[in-house]
Design a protein around this ligand. Structure first.
Ligand SMILES: *[C@@H]1O[C@H](CO)[C@@H](O)[C@H](O)[C@H]1NC(C)=O
Ligand SMILES: *[C@@H]1O[C@H](CO)[C@@H](O)[C@H](O)[C@H]1NC(C)=O
Length: 839
């Protein structure tokens, strides 16, 4: 029994069998030339992703996807007075910087974009335009135009210091200008060589003539005879231990402090010092080292370019090329965005267009490249005795984590200021908008995550790679435990990918004709506007899936083994004695590993617990792997996963359905060793529904929909609450997942309502009505808060809709972009089982 009974998601396996026939019938369908071509397109696609603002925890931090390579960044601060100078310096994104909003207003990793930073504390708006130019064999060149503009209402004179820096761990980087103790006139030019980049040049331009430095003091003053000139670019190079060069701001502060102390020892008291815009500048230092920076001082508005040229490109990038590129990016981004995310009523207005572009650009602008070692505690923590969490807690306090690695990860992040690192639970949701825009990019990120898997099949849920990343995480959360799981959300993306592949193979594609060398020379000129390089992977989906498939299986079996729950020991009646699951890592009041931290569960935790959300993830995974097995022609495997899937679906009902509450419940064991349900109505109790595991004709659907639509339970004018208003824990304690509205779960609910609303059945009308309302409510509330605060947020308060939690949360909250491009109302499909599959 391969195809499960008519669940809403049943259309896919049918289509898939046509793919598998296709693969089987034409194993060598590609000619040699086409293989060369396909490889070449993939190479170009990969090259165009080499550079990016891949240190998203910084306001502006460029790096290539190469470990220990160049890091280029920007620091700025206000030098109007000594008291406030130190706290005014900006580098890493911080909530305390009290920005009036910041982020990318348009951005595409292939071509660049525009970031705007409203730095009200420094009376300045900073705009950074990034332009990427393909060419050569080392990932091309790029330029960044940095523009500072005094904020509109500011009347006083504003002096700003902007510091460009470049550090390089592995390679050489040297100054080309003639050293000058006054500072450098004109552009500052660096040249370097590094693995993967080969030879390159960096130029920091002087900028237009409208730049003006503050008035210079009289350097004939006694004690200032050997002064540098703040009209010039002040260059300094230093050599630092490799593991410390990311601490650029601390290094800069040390230099500024040394300078300040020296002036103080000469002038005696702050009142006699030269003004701060002079005193707080670093005298030039020439020589060799791994950290180079250039300090510039401006009065009023300013502008300069950072130009990175790969020497393998036919010509270096110039400021004129940047000017043109900015214009091109502005024209092409909006047009492509509107064609990919076609917004439907009531969101088809310009206002929502800006909102959608802003959120999506920031999701892409959060993509980063990370490399480094990480802490793992590989002690054994059996969780099969009562009060198992006590031992785990005691050990955690002993801090038994050991460094392992290094490993490398390409990923987006939930929030640049707060969570600038990879989270497994979030990533699958992040990539659902990304895959619509750029399939290659999304699937490259998926591959990067699966490559982190250890031999057992475990992927750490939080990826804290290297000192720079650890620096942002409290010590007690740094260590990862290899028996702890996290929702395997990447299965959502793989499901979407297969859907795209099925669609791709079922459409005609013009076969490529003509002379291969001619075609190759044409595509090497492909620019980022070309969609071919964003979907090259769809032409090579089979090898991609063959690579991922064993990893996916390994992870799936790791879950089955390490997160298994007990059926027989407690005499539970179920179709299968095997398919029952329990998150490890519980503690009283918490189940952090489930991703929905404080959602109420059995208290106290018990080794006999079973969790609805986890068995649902397992059912969804079994279905996905079965579908991939079918597509790859692995029919024995497909049968095995088909059996798992069926047993899981049966057990979801047998072990978790509670007729009295009309929803699914966790289970635990009471003091008489009897299995009992633990019912807290909320996201967990509708999880099988959220993941599309409830058949559209199930007799359970009616009561699930009535919980969803009930204002005294989950329904609110702002989206579905995480916990029912009637639950005893509603809004209690930390109140993280005990009421507040989360966009990722609402997104799943919207997709499901659309599916159930489109298939004939007793609940079709209800689902269709809830779909239309929920879609509108969720988007409108995120929009309203964005308009009021300038930010997207982690969660929204369930009674007022007000933004809560982490600010600048452009991870899964950005799913509203996908929601806006769903139709306003459900389209009715005539035959059951042909529901539109969104996931
Ligand atoms: C993509 O580029 C990166 C960085 O140069 C390189 O390490 C990687 O091997 C490339 N991947 C492929 C599939 O070519
Ligand atoms: C299917 O593919 C066609 C042609 O490539 C495209 O126009 C269409 O939008 C795709 N449909 C979906 C649902 O992805």
């Amino acid at each position: 029994m391969l195809v499960p009974k008519s669940t809403a998601g049943a259309a896919l396996p049918l289509l898939l069998s046509s793919v598998s026939t296709l693969c089987a019938a034409q194993p060598n369908a590609q000619t040699g030339d086409q293989t060369i071509l396909s490889n070449e397109i993939q190479r170009i696609s990969n090259q165009s992703l080499l550079w990016g603002p891949y240190n998203p925890g910084l306001y502006f931090g460029m790096r290539p996807r190469i470990p220990k390579s160049l890091n280029i960044g920007l620091i700025w601060g206000n030098l109007d007075d000594f008291q406030t100078a130190q706290s005014s310096f900006r580098h890493t994104c911080e909530q305390r910087d009290n920005m009036k909003g910041y982020g990318w207003v348009e951005y595409d990793p292939r071509s660049g974009g525009k970031q705007v930073i409203h730095d009200q504390g420094n009376k300045l708006d900073i705009q950074i335009d990034l332009v990427k130019v393909p060419g050569g064999k080392n990932g091309g060149s790029w330029g960044a135009r940095v523009k500072g503009t005094v904020r509109p209402s500011v009347l006083e004179t504003v002096r700003t210091s902007a510091i460009f820096y470049a550090s390089l761990e592995d390679g050489t980087l040297v100054l080309e200008n003639e050293p000058d103790k006054l500072g450098l006139l004109g552009s500052v030019n660096l040249k370097g060589n590094a693995p993967g980049l080969d030879d390159f040049h960096i130029e920091v331009t002087e900028g237009p003539e409208t730049n003006s430095p503050p008035m210079e003091i009289d350097t004939r003053m006694e004690g200032l005879e050997n002064e540098h000139s703040i009209k010039r670019s002040l260059y300094k190079v230093g050599a630092y231990p490799a593991q410390h060069i990311w601490r650029v701001k601390n290094i800069l502060f040390m230099d500024l402090k040394a300078r300040f102390d020296k002036l103080m020892s000469h002038f005696g008291e702050p009142g006699k010092l030269p003004p701060p815009w002079h005193a707080l500048t670093v005298p030039p230092v020439y020589g060799e080292g791994n950290l180079h920076y250039v300090q510039k001082v401006f009065e009023g508005d300013f502008e300069f370019d950072i130009l990175f040229s790969s020497d393998s490109a036919s010509k270096p990038i110039t400021s004129d090329v940047v000017t043109e590129g900015i214009k091109e990016n502005e024209d092409s981004f909006g047009a492509r965005f509107d064609s990919i995310f076609k917004r439907h009523a009531p969101f088809n207005t310009a206002e929502y267009g800006k909102f959608a572009r802003d959120l999506f650009s920031n999701l892409l602008g959060g993509i980063g490249f990370f490399h480094g070692d990480y802490l793992v505690d590989r002690s054994q923590y059996p969780e099969d005795e009562e009060e198992f969490w006590e031992a785990a807690k005691a050990n955690r306090e002993m801090d038994l984590g050991q460094l392992e690695g290094p490993s490398t990860l390409f990923t987006s992040v939930p929030s640049r200021p707060f969570f600038p690192r990879g989270f497994l639970w979030d990533e699958g949701f992040h990539l659902l908008p990304v895959i619509e825009w750029d399939v290659d990019l999304a699937m490259d990120i998926v591959k990067s995550w699966y490559n982190l898997m250890d031999d057992d099949g475990w992927i750490a849920r939080e990826q804290i790679l290297g000192d720079e990343a650890r620096n942002k995480v409290p010590k007690e959360f740094q260590t990862q435990y290899p028996h702890y799981a996290n929702p395997p959300t990447l299965v959502l993306v793989l499901t979407k990918f297969i859907e795209k592949w099925v669609n791709h193979t079922s459409h005609e594609h013009p076969s490529i004709q003509g002379d291969i060398s001619q075609i190759l020379s044409q595509i090497s000129g492909l620019d980022s506007g070309n969609d071919g390089i964003r979907s090259a992977i769809l032409g090579a989906a089979e090898p991609y899936l063959r690579n991922i498939y064993p990893l996916l299986r390994r992870q799936y079996f790791w879950f089955r083994e390490t997160q298994a729950g007990e059926v027989r020991a407690y005499d539970r009646k179920a179709f299968s004695t095997k398919e029952a699951y329990r998150w490890r890592g519980r503690a009283p009041g918490y189940c952090l590993t489930s991703g929905i931290d404080d959602y109420p569960r059995a208290e106290p935790p018990h080794p006999g617990e079973l969790h609805v959300d986890l068995i649902s993830w397992m059912g969804f995974s079994a279905r996905l792997i079965k579908n991939i097995a079918i597509a790859l022609g692995e029919m024995d495997d497909a049968r095995e996963y088909g059996r798992h899937e069926e047993a899981i679906l049966r057990n979801i009902d047998d072990l978790h359905w509670n007729a009295e509450h009309g929803c699914y419940c966790d289970a635990t064991v009471d003091s008489f060793e009897e299995s009992v349900h633990v019912c807290h109505v909320g996201y967990v109790s509708i999880f099988p529904f959220l993941l599309g595991l409830v058949p559209h004709d199930s007799d359970k659907l009616g009561s699930i929909l009535s919980i969803v639509g009930d204002e005294e339970q989950l329904w609110s004018p702002f989206g579905l609450r995480s916990l029912s208003r009637q639950d005893e824990f509603y809004s209690k304690g930390e109140n993280y997942w005990r009421g507040p509205i989360w966009v990722n779960m609402n997104y799943l609910a919207i997709l499901r309502l659309r599916e159930y609303g489109s298939v004939k059945g007793p609940h079709q009308k209800t689902a269709a009505r809830l779909y239309k309302e929920l879609r509108k409510n969720v988007v409108n509330n995120v929009f309203k808060n964005w308009k009021e605060t300038g930010f997207a947020w982690e969660q929204y308060e369930q009674e007022t809709g007000k933004a809560k939690g982490v600010q600048h949360f452009l991870g899964w909250t950005s799913l509203v972009v996908n929601i806006m491009s769903l139709p306003e109302t459900v389209e009715i499909t005539p035959t059951p089982g042909k529901a539109h599959d969104e996931l």
